[in-house]
Design a protein around this ligand. Structure first.
Ligand code: HPA
Length: 234
């Protein structure tokens, strides 16, 4: 047990999928895993462990934002020995050619600040995905015929952003989408020698104002979960 995860040692798999939303963790575990068992409910941040095609997998909610994800990822890595951590979640499209429902596979993530900024001091560290996971996820997405974009994203501290000029620079520099967790996950994985990736679904678009209708969400998010599972065990 850790401060924020109530699972017993051994109840967490080496491969962990991390949606922001604990109820999406429940849905994904019930939909994709066999023999899914609830392993955490501290603060309602649900986590489940089961098997996918015979492989043990944990799906643990991370909460929203890098400080919350940092708590869960740190505990999963240092106490439970998680080796592969894949964020699954939604993002806001930033380029005109990025459409609602498209899948984004994040090579790298830009931030202004993250929980690690304090100790990086003057270093502008470039958080980077594990290449093996990234390549496997791209293969899985292509095999499904899913519209997919691979490149840089932006991990923001705010959903309700007040700095249009920042978004403008991100768009100008080719950033595909904005979300709030990946950069810190990549940084923690690098620090501890683990593998990390973020596979995201575009749920809204910053320029067009379009948003995924709620009835479409489950089906669209399911594709992303499958891509993450296939990448983890490729
Ligand atoms: N901003 C930040 N995070 C997000 C967004 C957004 O527009 N959409 C989904 N996650």
């Amino acid at each position: 047990m850790t401060v924020h995860i109530g699972a017993a040692p051994g109840q967490i798999a080496e491969t962990v999928l991390m949606p922001g939303d604990p109820y999406r963790a429940k849905w994904a575990a019930e939909t994709f895993l066999e023999n899914a068992e609830l392993v955490n409910e501290v603060r309602g941040m649900l986590g489940f462990t089961g098997t996918w095609k015979g492989n043990r997998v944990t799906i643990q909610g991370s909460g929203m934002g890098m400080p919350s994800l940092s708590i869960y990822a740190n505990e999963l890595i240092t106490t439970y020995g998680a080796q592969t951590l894949i964020r699954i979640g939604s993002c806001g499209g930033m380029q005109p050619y990025v459409g609602i429902r498209d899948v984004i596979i994040a090579m790298t993530s830009t931030t202004i600040t993250s929980p690690s900024s304090g100790f990086f001091k003057e270093i502008n560290y470039a958080p980077c995905a594990d290449y093996g996971l990234l390549a496997a996820a791209v293969n899985a997405a292509q095999a499904k015929g899913t519209r997919t974009h691979v490149g840089g994203i932006y991990s923001s501290d705010v959903f309700y952003a007040e700095r249009a000029d920042l978004d403008e620079q991100m768009v100008r520099h080719g950033i595909l989408a904005v979300e709030m967790e990946a950069a810190e996950l990549y940084t923690l994985a690098a620090r501890h020698g683990r593998r990390a990736l973020a596979v995201l679904t575009v749920s809204d678009h910053l320029q067009t104002g379009e948003a995924l209708p709620s009835e479409d969400r489950e089906k669209t998010f399911g594709v992303m979960v499958e891509i993450a599972l296939e990448a983890a065990f490729a």
